[in-house]
Design a protein around this ligand. Structure first.
Ligand SMILES: *Cc1c(COP(=O)(O)O)cnc(C)c1O
Length: 491
């Protein structure tokens, strides 16, 4: 049986021209009533700014526009259609219970400017989420404000900077590792730091010696992604934290991959000073396609005074917004952060409980290692070691037969699934990074595994993938150099 035929269908797929090509003069979606006030001469009021020619907009009826966008939406792939094994991105099922609660009128129909007495329930949700994130990290305080992982990094770095300045020091260096996520050095540069990168060895772990070699009095802190972008737990992390603290440098943990360690290890216990979460990865708030993110930060005692305001606190039995924090770095986001994401993450945590959260990570690790065990005979695993929630392959075994990483990835599209992350992390040549997450069934994992095997078995060097999509693989270089827009206006 071929997985190709089992998994894709060509039944109803409609070609879709541009709205401009569909346009027909005189069509409209909404008619305005006849003018019942005196007509004005717009030129008199707006001079040259008034429109001289008819706007160049397509003319269509409402149903045509609705169909156009609905058809286009069927060209999309989504986590609700099948496995989305995009390593590092943690594309997992978004429980509908969370959606139900987040959309309930009681919760949605409040404005941030409404009186604080009216928003007690909202503040309670935020307060409880903070408390839960404190417990999960073993750290002292949380700010929910940052609206993405990268913004959490930026806010965390501003805290590190404020900490050193409060001691009269202007430390300018941040250490990162080659296994750090790309946002780490980018955020550090944006926050005004110089970056020194340590290289990991063949086994993919940051060593004590490599940190020792670059540590000096100018180092404000180190950013470590843990588990790192190879899916490995930094086993020297506790000693690295000690080493940094001896020099009064702080340890930033990129916790976007906390989904691998929930209830198993806590950054606060091994010496982290600040960590960001990605609620939109670990805690199942929807992401991709531009959905809003949320990147709360948790901090150790040393950084509490600098947290963004307002702080969400509980005084007696009331929830309050505290703006009185003289050393605060100020706001990093309008109002209180992406509130809709807090509700979803809060629901997820409350629904699972401590035991359930640990199971999330155990199953994420199990699923990744199942794929590893089933594909290790065919795909090369460039960095050995104990992979947690994701596994990095590359094309070493297939390349000479013309099946390089990008080709394998594009072929998976023909099998009806989203390709894994490719050519990342940069420290692995031609990486293919697979993160199944805990929400895939064994049947879906097998579909992925067997599809990969079938692509390898049937590899023919002349085939260009994908073959079964509307658009074949574009010549990326040509598309960039000879930009040829399909629609041209008739002047
Ligand atoms: C996704 C990710 C980030 C960035 O998060 P955004 O919300 O996209 O800004 C940072 N670090 C790691 C390890 C990630 O996986």
């Amino acid at each position: 049986m071929s997985y190709l035929n089992k998994t894709t269908s060509h039944a109803v797929v409609l070609e879709e021209p541009l709205l401009f090509e569909r346009s027909h003069e005189g069509a409209y979606g909404f008619g305005l009533p006849e003018l019942d006030v005196p007509k004005i001469n717009s030129e008199k009021y707006f001079g040259n700014y008034s429109r001289q020619k008819k706007a160049r907009l397509p003319e269509l009826s409402e149903s045509e526009v609705v169909r156009h966008f609905t058809r286009l939406s069927t060209w999309n792939y989504a986590i609700d259609l099948g496995i989305y094994p995009l390593g590092s991105c943690t594309m997992k099922h978004n429980p509908r219970l969370n959606e139900e609660v987040a959309r309930s009128a009681d919760i949605c129909e409040l404005h941030p400017y409404d009186p604080i007495q009216w928003s007690q329930a909202h503040l309670q949700i935020m307060y409880e989420l903070q408390e839960d994130l404190k417990e999960i990290t073993g750290l002292k305080a949380v700010s929910l404000q940052p609206s993405a992982g990268a913004q959490g990094e930026f806010a965390g770095l501003l805290l590190i900077s404020a900490y050193h300045r409060s001691k009269g020091k202007n430390r300018k260096t941040i250490i990162t590792a080659d296994t750090s996520h790309g946002t780490n050095p980018a955020s550090a540069a944006l926050a005004g730091f110089n970056i020194v990168q340590v290289q990991t060895g063949v086994d993919g772990y940051v060593t004590l010696e490599s940190v020792q070699a670059v540590l000096n009095d100018d180092v404000a802190g180190m950013m470590l992604t843990n588990p790192n972008t190879l899916g490995l737990f930094e086993k020297n992390i506790e000693q690295i934290a000690k080493l940094l603290h001896e020099k009064d440098a702080l340890l930033y943990i990129d916790g976007a991959n906390m989904n691998a360690v929930l209830g198993i290890s806590r950054p606060g216990d091994f010496g982290a000073d600040v960590i960001h979460f990605n609620l939109h990865k670990t805690f199942t708030t929807p992401h991709g396609g531009g959905g809003p993110g949320s990147g709360p930060i948790a901090v150790s005692e040393k950084l509490v005074p600098f947290l963004p305001v307002p702080l969400i606190e509980k005084k007696n039995s009331e929830f309050v917004l505290n703006y009185n924090s003289p050393k605060s770095i100020g706001r990093v986001k309008a109002f209180y952060g992406n509130f809709g994401m807090f509700i979803r993450a809060w629901c997820y945590i409350k629904a699972l409980g401590a035991h359930g959260l640990r199971q999330v990570s155990e199953n994420a690790i199990l699923n990744a290692n199942y794929i590893k065990s089933q594909l290790k005979e065919v795909l090369n695993i460039p960095v050995k070691g104990d992979h947690l929630h994701e596994i990095i392959f590359n094309d070493l075994n297939q390349k000479e037969n013309g099946l390089e990483t990008s080709k394998l990835a594009k072929a998976l599209i023909d099998y009806g699934m989203h390709p894994p992350t490719v050519y990342f992390p940069l420290c692995v040549k031609n990486a293919l990074m697979v993160e199944p997450t805990e929400t895939e069934s064994i049947e879906e994992l097998d579909r992925f595994i067997n599809s990969v095997k079938e692509i390898i078995d049937n590899n023919d060097s002349s085939t260009i993938y994908p073959k079964r999509t509307f658009r074949e693989k574009v010549d990326e270089a040509k598309a960039a150099r000879e930009l040829n827009l399909k629609f041209k206006f008739n002047e």
